[in-house]
Design a protein around this ligand. Structure first.
Ligand code: UFG
Length: 339
């Protein structure tokens, strides 16, 4: 498919992988990012991966004039919107900042799109919008709810988009609910790079593997799961990126708006992940069992059937690939953070 796409948050973890995937699929892509949580060298690295110059608009979604300038600079056929805050714990401490960036930022973006006559939007949502459930795998029709301000902002984002499209039929949207992204690009030039101590499992294990952190805390080993540790639906970030391409392809074809899970439908435990990472890095990784983390569920994985039927999406990469590419990325000395 061809078309010019604006990728907000395109220098971030999932955004940069989606840039590579969209570019490979034939789209002309431009990045909008304020680099508040992204490495400054990501555009250079994307140039190495794609072999083409990368256009970057350094802009904040909270800056309506800046957004208007970006939309005046070119005609965009669609937008993939990643730019948002994403740390669940932080969202509880600074809720208004999360609501402002994630909700007001979305409204600003959609107003700028409407003014420019651009009505195709792919939105980065999260499986966190589902109400806690004991019924897996989770289909898109499952009850919604929120247990953190972060989750609230994603749920509100979905509702803002749906309400806008109900009122104005020119809009077409793809809402993508991600499960747990993991892994890195096969080039080892881009990957997840938290500047702080990570909250999530995979980047935490990666830092134990590089020696930056001494051991992994396994949050609970007495859950009703096969090995007692929490089970999640880890999806390779390269697969996740391809899901965005397929969602956008559907909108470009003129298909209806859609809301789909992007996951594998396969659950792995904390110990499964740790052991797979040990195999990838070739050494034992120290870990200690710690108390359960507040708010965690024993098990959480998605039903991937709708994404397959509607978009032809199916995750192809497994646990070994997630751990091997993550290790290739974090163990490469030239990848240590400069920005
Ligand atoms: N875990 C540990 N030790 C750690 C970190 C995590 O044992 O240091 C465990 C957790 O208890 C859980 C599993 O690893 O069982 C995964 O935890 P993550 O924090 O990596 O992921 P979550 O499933 O809790 O959260 C993810 C995303 C959120 C999103 C949520 C629901 O990070 O953004 O899925 O979709 F909201």
């Amino acid at each position: 498919m061809t078309g010019r796409i604006l990728l907000t948050g395109g220098a971030g973890y999932i955004g940069s992988h989606t840039y590579a995937a969209l570019s490979e699929a034939g789209y002309e892509v431009e990045i909008l990012d304020n680099f508040s949580n992204a490495r400054l060298d990501v555009p250079d690295r994307l140039e190495m991966i794609t072999g083409r110059p990368v256009t970057v608009h350094r802009c904040d979604v909270l800056d309506p004039e800046g957004l208007a300038r970006v939309f005046a600079s070119n005609r965009f056929d669609g937008v993939v919107h990643f730019a948002a805050k994403k740390a669940v714990g932080e969202s509880q401490k600074i809720p208004l900042d999360y609501i402002e960036t994630n909700c007001t930022g979305l409204v600003n973006l959609m107003k700028a799109m409407r003014a420019a006559g651009c009505f195709r939007l792919v939105f980065s949502s999260s499986a966190t919008v589902y109400a806690p459930t004991l019924d897996w795998p989770i289909p898109e029709e499952a009850a919604l709810g929120y247990a953190s301000t972060y989750a609230l902002t994603k749920l509100m984002g979905e509702q803002i988009i749906r309400a806008t499209a109900e009122g104005d039929p020119r809009w077409r949207f793809g809402i993508l609910r991600y499960f747990n992204p993991a892994g890195a690009h096969p080039s080892a030039l881009i990957g997840e790079d938290p500047s702080d101590i990570p909250n999530n499992l995979m980047p935490y294990i990666a830092k134990v593997a590089t020696g930056e952190l001494p051991y992994l805390n396994v949050f609970g080993d007495d859950y009703p799961t096969p090995d007692g540790t929490g089970v999640r639906d880890y999806i390779h970030v390269v697969d996740l990126a391809r899901g965005h391409v397929l969602s956008l392809d559907a909108l470009m074809r003129g298909d209806e708006s859609h809301i789909v899970n992007l996951g594998t439908g396969q659950g792995y435990s904390v110990m499964d992940m740790l052991k797979a990472y040990e195999r990838a890095c070739g050494k034992p990784l120290p870990h200690r069992v710690a108390p359960r983390r507040e708010g965690d569920l024993a098990c959480y994985y998605g039903d991937p059937a709708k994404a397959k039927t509607l978009l032809g999406f199916q995750a192809e990469r497994g646990l070994e690939d997630m751990c091997q590419t993550s290790w290739a990325w974090v163990s490469r000395a030239s990848n240590s953070r400069q920005g």
